[in-house]
Write a new protein. Structure first.
Length: 318
C-alpha cells in the first residue's frame, strides 16, 4: 500500500515538473511579473505602431520581428495573468469575497514539445553569444550586464503626454516634469490609500483591544509600584553584597588572628599541662617519702616501746 502511494506521489511530482518546464521562465523562476496595467501600455504601444505604419514603406524584417515578439509577449502575459494570477490580487479578491458571474476565458497558447523548447532555448543562447562577440562583450562579467540592465531600467519613465513608457535621457524637460508630477501624484495617492488603510486598521485594533487597554491602564500603576519595589530591593541587594564582600575580607583577617591566638593558647596549655604533670610526679614522690618516714617512725616507736618494756621488766626483776 505504501509503495503504491509513494509511486503515485512520484508520478504526480514528475507530471508537475513536466508541466512546470512548459511554463514561461518567469513562472519557473518565480520572478516578479508586470501588473495588469502594464498590459494596457503594451496594447497601446502596439496600436500606435499599427497606426504609424505607412502603406508606402513596408516594415523591415527587424521591425516585423519586434512586432511579432511584442504580440507574443502580450499574449503570453495575458495567459499567465489569467491562468496563474498574482498572489496579491488573488488574496485581495478572496478577502473581499469577490464573486465573478462569468469566469474569464484563458487565452489559448500553442503547446510546444519539450524538445522544441530546448531547441528554442539553445537558439536564444547562441544568439546571445553571437551578439556578445559581435559587440565585443564576450569578456564582460555577469555583474556588468546586470549593472547595464539596471541602468537601462532606471532610464525608463512613464510619460503621461505620450501615454506610454520611454527613455528619460532623450525626453525634453517638459515631458520629464510631467512624468515626475505623475509619479508624485501616484505616490501621493498610494500614501493616501495606505493612510486610510492604516486608519481603518487602527479603528479595528482599537475595537478589538479596547478592553485590554483599559485593563493595562489599571495595572500600570501596580506595575510602576512593583518596579519601584524592585529598584529598592536591587539597591539593598547591592548594599548587602558590598557588606558581604567587606565581611568576607574582614572575616579572613579575623580568622587568621583567632587562629594565631588558638595556637598560642595551645602552646600555653601544653606548657601548663607539662608543669602540672611534673608537679603531680613531685607530689607523688613526696607522698611516698612521707609514707616511708611514717612507717619508719612507727617502727622506731614500737622498738622503743619494746625496749622500755624490757627495761621495766629487768628493773622489777632486780
Amino acid at each position: 500500500m505504501s509503495d503504491r502511494i509513494a509511486r503515485e506521489k512520484a508520478e504526480e511530482e514528475a507530471r508537475q515538473q513536466a508541466l512546470l518546464k512548459k511554463r514561461s521562465k518567469v513562472l519557473q523562476r518565480e520572478l516578479p511579473r508586470p501588473p495588469p496595467a502594464s498590459l494596457d501600455v503594451i496594447k497601446n504601444s502596439l496600436m500606435r505602431a499599427d497606426e504609424d505604419k505607412s502603406s508606402f514603406v513596408p516594415p523591415t524584417l527587424i521591425e516585423h520581428a519586434d512586432e511579432m515578439i511584442r504580440k507574443e509577449l502580450l499574449h503570453l502575459l495575458e495567459h499567465d495573468n489569467i491562468k496563474y494570477p498574482l498572489e496579491e490580487k488573488a488574496d485581495k479578491e478572496k478577502k473581499k469575497g469577490v464573486k465573478r458571474g462569468k469566469s474569464v476565458p484563458v487565452p489559448a497558447i500553442e503547446d510546444f514539445e519539450e524538445t522544441d523548447l530546448k531547441e528554442a532555448d539553445n537558439l536564444i543562447k547562441d544568439e546571445v553569444q553571437f551578439l556578445r562577440v559581435a559587440m565585443g562583450h564576450e569578456n564582460e562579467s555577469l555583474d556588468e550586464f546586470v549593472e547595464a540592465h539596471r541602468t537601462c531600467l532606471n532610464d525608463i519613465m512613464y510619460f503621461p503626454t505620450r501615454n506610454g513608457y520611454g527613455l528619460s535621457s532623450v525626453a525634453n524637460n517638459i515631458e520629464k516634469l510631467a512624468a515626475l508630477q505623475n509619479e508624485f501624484e501616484n505616490v501621493k495617492k498610494r500614501m493616501d490609500d495606505d493612510t486610510k488603510k492604516a486608519q481603518r486598521l487602527e479603528q479595528k485594533i482599537k475595537v478589538l483591544t479596547n478592553g485590554y487597554q483599559m485593563r493595562a491602564g489599571k495595572l500600570w500603576s501596580q506595575i510602576e509600584a512593583t518596579f519601584k519595589v524592585m529598584d529598592t530591593a536591587g539597591t539593598e541587594l547591592e548594599c548587602f553584597q558590598a557588606l558581604q564582600k567587606q565581611e568576607h575580607l574582614a572575616a579572613t583577617q579575623r580568622i587568621g588572628k583567632l587562629w594565631d591566638e588558638v595556637q598560642k593558647q595551645k602552646n600555653v596549655e601544653q606548657i601548663l599541662q607539662k608543669r602540672y604533670g611534673d608537679l603531680l610526679d613531685e607530689q607523688e614522690k613526696v607522698q611516698r617519702l612521707m609514707d616511708a618516714y611514717r612507717v619508719q617512725a612507727k617502727i622506731e616507736e614500737e622498738i622503743a616501746a619494746k625496749n622500755r618494756a624490757l627495761e621495766l621488766a629487768e628493773t622489777e626483776a632486780a
